[in-house]
Design a protein around this ligand. Structure first.
Ligand code: FAD
Length: 286
């Protein structure tokens, strides 16, 4: 395994060995190797690249290194900066996974259950991608998750640019069991007072986080932004239902007059999403 000390050295190593695969914490990659799904010809380890293991402030944004571990993002200083991402990182698997697993690995694996992904979608975060010859380009996280943009040969995620909103933000996750577990559904919700926006993303129920844009706009129009962000008491519950119905719609009519009911498991999931979204909005406004 090659262990470069800088992002550009890692890019150069990948460019020189096109069959090599980058590895950060290895929590996802080694699972694929152990199950025989992946047999990398060579590995380029990212664990010694100190420039991507921290964060810095830049023009009202936090520039997060792709090598930040979940454990590091869960600490109080990070939680003061981006509370929803810290909550997602704290919820990501058992301690040994959080100690090794990284933000960049979570994004590239792009599992529906990736806990940081709905937060990054709600924050409208962008990726800073390092490429051959010192090149840097930026793309929204959502473009990578949707397959509208891909990492090219030799490219690595260097940083994640997250706008600092200085307002309440929440991440809630349902696992269907007690203790650490993969999400059955998750909701990230952020308030953006400067733009008078509520942004919400629902994770785990589709291949990528879903943004219920109409529900976001509707609830933002009801909030009294200049009066302590007041909202009518029943609006949180209505928002939860709106989000859930947008993300898990009723089945299309089948041509008969009778409405097609949702299967019980899907109905349960819809209720879970509604409850998470209602609680998230209530917490953010409380
Ligand atoms: C038991 C267990 C429980 C888990 N529970 C959860 C959970 O609850 N929530 C959750 O979200 N995840 C969970 N995970 C998944 C995993 O821990 C996360 O996805 C983790 O963030 C992956 O990061 P990593 O550094 O280990 O990635 P790696 O395994 O090192 O890499 C994953 C992929 O990303 C690529 N990659 C890594 N870094 C970069 C980079 N900078 N640029 C380009 N490509 C890169 C690798 O080539 C590889 O394809 C769990 C995993 C296990 C094994």
């Amino acid at each position: 395994m090659t262990l470069p000390a800088s992002l550009d050295e890692a890019v150069a190593a990948l460019t020189a060995m096109p069959a090599a695969v980058p590895v950060a914490g290895g929590t996802d990659l080694m699972a694929s190797v152990n199950s025989g799904q992946l047999r990398p010809a060579a590995l380029v380890g990212l664990g010694r690249i100190s420039e991507i293991r921290g964060w810095q402030y830049q023009d009202g944004n936090a520039l997060l290194g792709a090598g930040l571990t979940h454990a590091r993002m869960g600490r109080p200083d990070f939680a003061a900066l981006i509370p929803a991402l810290a909550a997602a990182a704290r919820a990501a698997g058992p301690p040994q996974i959080r100690n090794a697993g990284t933000l960049g690995g979570n994004i590239v694996t792009a599992a529906p259950t990736g806990d940081t992904l709905p937060v990054l979608a709600a924050m409208e975060a962008t990726l800073v991608i390092a490429g051959p010859g010192g090149a840097r380009r930026e793309t929204p996280v959502s473009h990578l998750l949707a397959g509208r943009d891909m990492l090219g040969a030799g490219e690595l995620i260097g940083f994640v640019r997250v706008p600092l909103l200085h307002a309440p933000q929440v991440f809630f996750k349902a696992t269907g069991r007690t203790g650490p577990g993969r999400a059955t559904a998750s909701v990230a919700l952020v308030l953006d007072p400067a733009r008078r926006e509520v942004r919400c993303a629902v994770g785990a129920i589709a291949p990528m986080p879903l943004r219920p844009l109409e529900a976001e706009r509707w609830i933002a129009s009801l909030i009294e932004w200049d009066a302590d962000r007041k909202l009518a008491p029943d609006a949180c519950a209505a928002f939860g239902e709106y989000v859930a119905a947008a993300c898990i719609p009723d089945p299309a009519p089948d041509g008969t007059q009778a409405a097609v009911p949702l299967p019980p498991a899907v109905l349960h999931l819809r209720r879970t999403v509604a409850a998470l979204a209602r609680r998230a909005l209530g917490r953010a406004l409380s």
